[in-house]
Design a protein around this ligand. Structure first.
Ligand code: AMP
Length: 281
């Protein structure tokens, strides 16, 4: 694995590889890697890509300063994991490398409706930051394929929209959410959970499964209330328990037989905010 810290160096290398016929599969991350991240690298490898992973803790997408300050960093371990996973290239830039003129000088994108609901509504400015950094990274890496996790469902939609607005020809590959044995979606933030918090954290997934399993027998309004009550009983503060059209994330008040649906939950335990979702099959 080759590690690059400077933009001109990685650009030069990737353009040489491209000229030699390589297709690049890009996996952007914020580090503190786990098996979910590695599954994206495995998928890109299976697709025959030259795998390029980036680790960049992007300050502009954190609306909560504490969340940024406490975000786990484990670069040495991450490098080990990437080596084992057979990753070809790691891009490890500094904040100055990504935002040389300061954070406010980077072009921003307006995601319209997508930025007004769920994560957009609860984390003001978050998707603006995501747009900034992903646009910047795509310009640098210029991949054929971009590998994203379904775990961040709304982010996948935002990034698809971004690619359209940038007029880039990048194929987005959305990979299934990797879970712990009890169903908890893997997340870098899980490292911050205390033992008792970790022991009950799978309740989010249990709620999603119950939303799915009750879709033909109950009203969503009732199931939502049950989920909110269960989350609260376990010590979570639910931010949203939502049902939406899986295609465009238009929020649904009731189960629909006419469109594919996605159920999404965000909830906080102590200072830690977790999100998860499930496609209703
Ligand atoms: P992050 O480091 O949290 O910004 O995540 C980097 C990429 O990994 C994003 O595309 C995430 O959606 C994806 N990802 C995070 N957690 C998981 C997971 N449990 N399963 C699959 N992909 C994930």
């Amino acid at each position: 694995m080759i590690i690059f810290k400077k933009i001109p160096d990685i650009k030069k290398y990737l353009s040489e590889q491209k000229a030699a016929g390589a297709n690049t599969g890009f996996i952007p991350t914020m580090g503190a890697l786990h098996a979910g991240h590695l599954s994206l690298i495995e998928r890109a490898t299976t697709d025959g890509m030259l795998t390029v992973c980036s680790i960049f803790l992007n300050p502009t997408q954190f609306n909560d300063k504490k969340d940024f300050e406490k975000y786990p960093v484990s670069t040495e371990d991450d490098i080990e994991l990437l080596l084992k996973a057979g990753c070809n290239v790691l891009f490890l830039p500094s904040v100055d490398e990504i935002y040389p003129g300061g954070e406010s000088t980077v072009k921003t994108y307006d995601f319209g409706y997508l930025d007004t609901i769920l994560e957009g509504a609860n984390r003001p400015g978050h998707f603006k930051g995501v747009g900034q950094v992903v646009a910047r990274l795509l310009e640098i890496v210029q991949p054929q394929n971009l590998y994203l996790g379904q775990k961040d469902y709304q982010q996948c939609m935002v990034i698809r929209k971004l690619i359209g607005m940038m007029g880039e020809d990048v194929q987005v590959v959305i990979c299934p959410t990797k879970r712990e044995a009890d169903g908890l979606a893997m997340s870098s933030r899980n490292r911050r959970l205390t033992e008792p918090q970790r022991a009950i954290a799978a309740v989010i997934y249990q709620c999603l499964v119950s939303i799915e399993s009750k879709q033909y027998t109950s009203s969503f309004e009732m199931v939502r209330k049950q989920c909110e009550d269960l989350l609260a009983a376990k010590g979570f503060v639910p931010e949203y328990v939502a049902l939406a059209d899986a295609k465009d994330l238009k929020l649904l008040e009731e189960y629909s037989g006419e469109t594919p649906m996605v159920a999404l939950i965000a909830a906080k335990i102590g200072e830690i905010r977790l999100i998860d979702n499930i496609l209703l099959g």
